[in-house]
Design a protein around this ligand. Sequence first.
Ligand code: SF4
Length: 222
Amino acid sequence: MTPENADEFVRDLETWGRANRRSFPWRETRDPFRILVAEVLLQRSRGKTVAKVYEELFRRWPDAAALARTRVSTIQGVIRPLGLLGRAATLKRLAAQVVELGRVPRTLEGLMELPGVGRYAANATLAVAFDRATATVDGVTARVYRRYFGLADDLPATDDRALWALVGEVTPSKGVRAWNWAVLDLAASVCLPGRPRCGDCPLEKRCRWSATERADRVRPQR
Ligand code: SF4
């Protein structure tokens, strides 16, 4: 069943997303390997920091074959600003496996068999690289869905079946690449973790969280 106000949610967020899209180098490419590497680097790292590392990584090693031939310690030198240096070995193994396969897999199962690729990264790669209408949600974008539709947030996003089901219902069948960016951009700049900027949000009129908070603010104190 389609959740209440889902159509308005998609319409308002798509419009906002087109006008407020953040620029990142992995949004300018259709190369599935680069998009996949960006998703791996973005796990637990900020977009701005990842952008610099991403540029340097592909300036030095433009494709999977070049990265697969590189020493782990050399890759570590490039990704050092992100911390989590264990990702250097993962990137090398990921590149080697893509070389062995001959290309980045185009299925969820195939992507999730690659080193360092979880459900979110696999779904995001399907959506962004192959424009497949694939629902995806992580701890950051979960914030927007949960607040707008009034879902509980007591489970990690990866384990929350109700959340994934809702995202599956709501995700548009066309333009999913731009859709994912719109949700991410809103979560990163307006629907912030501590104090969301509801007054600047295109979803405020129908957002459950915002309505509850507003009611709490006007309720007389005892
Ligand atoms: S209205 Fe506020 S809580 Fe709701 S989605 Fe927008 S920023 Fe988030």
